[in-house]
Design a protein around this ligand. Structure first.
Ligand SMILES: [Zn+2]
Ligand SMILES: [Zn+2]
Length: 496
């Protein structure tokens, strides 16, 4: 029989204001990938104050950290009910994954109309301020529950930087920090209360720099070799490649440097590529074909090129056993309740949406007829949405994928946004900094703590999750998709 994590749930209620204040502080810091100094410090300090042992600078990333709390059970530190293996002596090891990086260009005040705090600045347009603090609330609350019941167990909070673009978790996974977890749980702010059942796309990101020969663009252009021409021809090659890519593959690029002025033939130009596909092997092949386009463009233009890999990550393995645990925990905790003021804010923010935006969002969610009917009538989702029977098609990517190859992993979303809110948008940033986001975050903290407690107290469920994990991985040890020695791209946002 399931016993509710009553101590954990009341800890979250009692610390509601402190958790909200932390989420709002991180929302205000709005720090970009690998530059989350204040955000990481704020979270690490809070965990230290709650008795967690904190190790910072994990795997060479200054804004990564691991915080651990361990209870030996019945006052005997080190006692373990777990079958041998890596976690012996620690009790079950439950990991919560926290993120806290912001996104460039979506700076926004808490306002239902577009109003940046800093024009062109960064903002929490993916709600990672809520994500990081929600997971922290769960970690502390679960530790309190285990202490109150004198149960053996290890609670870990992983401070994971740079989810956006630079994939901090992939570096942590490569260096084995998740390997001894019995389960890793996380969540993401969303528009519905629902367990995630979709995988994610594996991907590679790289900078490609072309180098040519500068010349006066009118006086002696025949002596120049344009690096910008090479970027454009490479991109053109990739556009023609699109027709022949695997069906769910995605390739996107931005030109990050295209020269300095039109009257000088650009001697250098740079393009940032992201190559995604459902399977890791598909990415490997497609990435090579994209590089072939670079090579062809260099030949055509008489330029040279350099490739700088930024990161390479895996797709996500869905652990249905853990997803069931999360779903049951969410139903025990219940959905967020929104106030009249929240509903009014949400209604006003939807005025900035395209007329069909909410319907387009709903049409892609694989909803039961009942849930579709309910969600059509709602602006903020305050029910629990059933999971689809089959796995959904992957669309986005996340570095949680790499964690899912190291340990059994599952995720869910709670309603922190008006239905139809676009991803990575100012509307998202606005709601991440106010009561709508806070309500979803507190529910997420409770669901994670409740699920973590369920796992600590049910070794059979953990064993089932492990068996499923071994089946999904085919028993193969996780291998990073990055070459040995690959460093996180600390410089990619250095100028911002
Ligand atoms: Zn995002
Ligand atoms: Zn995100």
């Amino acid at each position: 029989m399931t016993v509710k994590a009553t101590t954990a749930l009341s800890w979250i209620d009692e610390h509601r204001d402190a958790l909200i204040a932390m989420a709002d502080d991180i929302w205000g810091y709005a720090e970009l990938a690998l530059h989350e100094e204040r955000s990481a410090a704020r979270l690490a300090e809070a965990l230290r104050a709650e008795g967690f042992k904190v190790t910072t600078g994990t795997v060479g990333m200054p804004t990564a950290f691991v915080a651990e709390w361990r209870h030996g059970g019945a006052g005997r530190h080190g006692e373990s009910g777990r079958r041998g293996g890596a976690g012996a002596g620690k009790g079950p090891v439950i990991g919560f994954l926290g993120e806290y990086d912001a996104l460039g260009g979506v700076s926004q005040k808490v306002s239902p109309v577009q109003e940046p705090v800093v024009e062109g600045g960064a903002g929490h347009g993916c709600g990672h301020n809520l994500l990081g603090v929600g997971a922290l609330g769960a970690a502390v609350a679960l530790a309190r529950e285990l202490a109150a019941r004198k149960l053996p167990g290890t609670v870990r909070y992983y401070g994971c930087p740079a989810e956006e673009n630079l994939s901090g978790k992939a570096f942590m996974a490569r260096d084995g920090v998740f390997d001894d977890c019995d389960a890793c749980l996380t969540w993401h702010p969303g528009a519905t209360n629902r367990v995630s059942t979709n995988s994610s796309l594996a991907n590679n990101a790289c900078n490609i720099t072309f180098r040519g020969q500068s010349a006066h663009a009118a006086g002696n252009p025949f002596e120049g070799r344009s690096a910008l021409d090479a970027v454009q021809l490479m991109n053109m090659g990739v556009e023609f490649l699109r027709e022949h890519m695997p069906p769910k593959a995605r390739v996107h690029y931005v030109i990050t440097h295209g020269g300095d002025q039109p009257n000088v033939v650009p001697a250098s130009a740079k393009v940032w590529y992201l190559v995604r596909a459902p399977e890791r092997a598909q990415v490997d092949e497609l990435y090579q074909r994209v590089l072939d386009c670079a090579e062809g463009a260099a030949k055509m233009t008489g330029t040279r090129f350099e490739v700088e890999l930024l990161k390479a990550i895996w797709n996500t393995l869905n652990n249905r056993t853990l997803e069931d645990v999360l779903d049951a925990a969410m139903r025990r905790v219940g959905p967020p309740a929104f106030t009249a003021a929240d509903l009014e804010f949400a209604r006003r923010i939807t005025e900035s949406f395209r007329p069909d935006q909410k319907e387009t969002y709903l049409s892609r969610q694989e909803l039961s007829p009942e849930d579709l009917k309910t969600l059509r009538s709602q602006t903020l989702n305050d029910t629990i949405v059933a999971r689809p029977a089959v796995l959904k098609e992957p669309s986005g990517s996340t570095d949680v994928g790499d964690v899912s190859w190291c340990a059994p992993t599952a995720q869910f979303g709670t309603a922190c946004l008006a239905l139809g809110t676009p991803g990575h948008s100012w509307q998202y940033a606005a709601q991440s900094g106010m009561d709508i986001g806070h309500a979803g975050m507190l529910v997420a903290a409770k669901v994670l703590a409740e699920a973590g407690f369920e796992l600590v107290t049910n070794p059979d469920t953990l064993a089932k999750a492990r068996a499923e994990f071994l089946e999904l991985t085919g028993g193969r040890k996780y291998r990073s998709a990055m070459p040995p020695g690959q460093k996180p791209a600390f410089h990619q946002f250095a100028d911002e």
